[in-house]
Ligand binder design. Sequence first.
Ligand code: TRP
Length: 331
Amino acid sequence: MKKKLTAVLAVMMMVTLAFTGCGGAGAKTEAPAKELPTIGIVQIVEHPSLDTIRENIISQLAEEGFIDGETVTIDYKNAQNEMANLKTICQSFSSQNYDLIIAIATPSAQAALGETTEIPIIFSAVTDPMAAELVDSLEVPGGNVTGTSDAVSAQMIMDLALEITPDIKTIGALYNSSEVNSVSVVNDLKDYAAANGLTVIESAITNTSEVQQAAQYLAGKADAVFSPIDNTVASAMPIIVETLNNAKIPFYVGADSMVSDGGLATYGINYVILGKETGKMAAAVLNGADTATMAVQTMTDMDIYVNNQTAKTIGIEIPQSVLDKATVLGE
Ligand code: TRP
């Protein structure tokens, strides 16, 4: 990366010298097209949260002087939630020797690291970078990978769940068991349940075609359903919300976008800020910073989000104590 920029600068200086050297005589020749540094952005799937993150990464990069088509080339690819696509995309970024890879969500980051330990990778919104085996430690990542984490607390979400619906005893966990980001939070949910006399009923899925059946199963067994920050669930919200709302089952989720999409409530982070932080880290690497010593950024700005429309649909009154501290969506 540094080599390429230095080469570009050297060419630019030679061109300038050539122009000044010929004292204005003769026809102006066009400067040779200079090679821009290239950033590959890989995103596992399209859902509102990941799209917000990507937009804010790109706008922050522009703010830092890395403007697509002017000072950098940005190559954005979406894997449509197919692991095979993720691999192909990351392979192509790696074989073209891009200057930087930005990987949005855990599966993308894992796929990128699987293809290169040379090209710097900045990940965005990885819930548990240690469990995903991306970094040696959050403080000192140690390799070509660092980025931002959207770690949330199952405990805080469940405390909120019990404030809104104090009578729940069994909680269904709906998640994709191949997403490390979800497994890690569901493990915390189980610890919370054990300590608070709740029973967890799991319904693990592996792709979106299974979500309706899984939601239906939980609707018949659990008093409430919990989904972590799961990409597969987030990309299939309408069908899950319809199933759970019909059964009048409260649906607690891991992210604000899942509340906008009909989930009942969450205690979550701000993904606009997270996207901008990711953009800043990416810019720092383009300017020469070393991923090995750049600490993973976690988000401290957390808020309660509730969906009043969903509350009405399932016949629940959100307590005033919650409304007082919540951002209300879905009105
Ligand atoms: N944290 C998720 C991961 O580690 C990605 C993610 C970001 C996400 N925002 C979300 C998932 C909202 C579901 C809903 O892969």
